[in-house]
Design a protein around this ligand. Structure first.
Ligand code: SF4
Ligand code: SF4
Length: 111
């Protein structure tokens, strides 16, 4: 079985929560349960004109990598609805290559 990953670029994540809603609607999950969860760290001032303010989206145990959608050639629902285009789901080995490009990214192995 192919290893599936989720790559998130935190530089561009706006904390909009669209990925949570898209996942919940796609999978018919109960209110409050999603395959991805978004948290905001900060804002707090580190030094003058330097702030900690980061939105963190992270997959939960209810994420199945949108196997059914992707088998039909579609994007994962969360990735499809991420307007910042900072969220990607696909083969782990393809996503690993993107990590070298820049900092502030995280790659999760989903399965
Ligand atoms: S890949 Fe699919 S199941 Fe996983 S968080 Fe995204 S929408 Fe939910
Ligand atoms: S939809 Fe994209 S920009 Fe919005 S919270 Fe999710 S990962 Fe971040």
């Amino acid at each position: 079985m192919q290893n599936i990953g989720m790559l998130i670029d935190y530089e561009w994540c706006s904390g909009c929560h669209s990925c949570e809603v898209a996942c919940q609607m796609e999978h018919g999950l109960p209110v409050g349960q999603t395959g991805i969860s978004v948290t905001t760290i900060g804002p707090w001032e580190i030094e003058e004109d330097s702030w900690q303010y980061t939105n963190i989206a992270i997959p939960t145990d209810q994420c199945d990598g949108c196997l059914d959608r992707r088998a039909k050639g579609k994007l994962a629902s969360c990735a499809h609805h991420c307007q910042a285009k900072c969220l990607h789901v696909g083969p782990l080995e393809d996503l690993v290559a993107h990590l070298d490009a820049k900092p502030n990214q995280a790659l999760y192995r989903l399965m």
